[in-house]
Design a protein around this ligand. Structure first.
Ligand code: HEC
Ligand code: HEC
Length: 215
């Protein structure tokens, strides 16, 4: 499969043809491993992306070239990618779908491509996404990854064609990490509530005791 002249496909034991540093220097970005892409990428998008990467991603300078494959060949490749694809969740999904360009430093996730290569390739270093959900909100994020050009004309972020399930998964993850104290706060809330219940109980018992003495 000629995709593996640039991409790794670990699920099938195929390592990337070059190390991350060399790949980043050659392409401006480390080409993602293809093992699981079919599980989180929209099938139609994948088809159009393989056919014409620049057009489908809306990023004219994308460094994956069109390969002149016909529809049948593309369908075969997609069927093959579907056979290797496992579902990925949370941090793994983030790393596989966005992690070649973006970091989430609070989660200790660092972009696979060195920032200087990304800057050269994309004109700027992609922002850290640790708290992006708080800053941008889910509605904007979903629209942005599906149609970056519509929201940020001229942007160099390529369209990432996530399918609906993966979009929801990723939003859930970005929401969780953008508010790391949420769980802790909820726990504290429960403790306060329990404490109050115990106090009410004790006060009641105490009152009952006093009344008993009076009567
Ligand atoms: C000449 C090298 C090269 C070849 C050959 C190549 N790719 Fe890529 N591919 C890349 C690079 C570089 C990227 C990352 C581009 C970016 O994110 O700007 C990429 C990205 C991708 C993505 C991610 C798309 C997304 O939306 O996130 C998929 C899927 C993909 N390639 C599939 C394939 C398939 C399938 C083949 C074979 C038919 C193939 N590639 C052949 C270099 C290549
Ligand atoms: C090929 C590299 C690349 C990939 C892959 C990528 N991004 Fe980006 N992203 C960028 C760049 C470059 C920018 C800066 C865009 C700009 O300011 O024009 C950006 C900006 C963003 C922003 C900020 C938008 C704004 O309004 O300022 C968000 C949010 C974002 N990306 C989310 C994602 C998510 C989520 C994924 C994965 C599903 C992803 N990106 C995948 C390169 C990438």
């Amino acid at each position: 499969m000629f995709c593996t002249s640039c991409h790794g496909l670990k699920a099938d034991g195929i390592n990337p043809p070059m190390d991350a540093k060399t790949a980043a220097m050659s392409f401006g970005v480390v080409p993602p491993d293809l093992s699981n892409v079919a599980s989180f990428t929209d099938k139609k998008f994948l088809f159009h992306f393989i056919k014409d990467p620049a057009k489908a991603s809306e990023f004219k300078k994308i460094s994956m070239p069109p390969m002149g494959l016909n529809d049948e060949q593309i369908a075969d490749i997609i069927a093959y990618l579907e056979s290797t694809a496992k579902k990925v969740h949370g941090a793994e999904l983030f790393k596989e779908a966005c992690g070649r360009c973006h970091s989430a430093k609070y989660q200790k996730i660092y972009a696979e491509t060195p920032p200087e290569n990304l800057k050269k390739y994309l004109g700027k270093v992609p922002p850290d996404l640790s708290i992006t959900m708080k800053a941008k909100g889910e509605h904007y994020l979903v629209s942005f990854i599906n149609k970056p050009q519509a929201l940020l004309p001229g942007t160099s972020m390529p369209r990432v064609g996530l399918n609906q399930e993966a979009t929801e998964e990723l939003m859930k993850y970005l929401d969780e990490i953008s508010d790391p104290y949420k769980e802790q706060r909820q726990k504290i809330g429960m403790i306060v509530l329990l404490y109050m219940l115990v106090m009410v109980g004790l006060t009641y018992a105490w009152k009952k005791k006093i009344w008993k003495n009076i009567h």
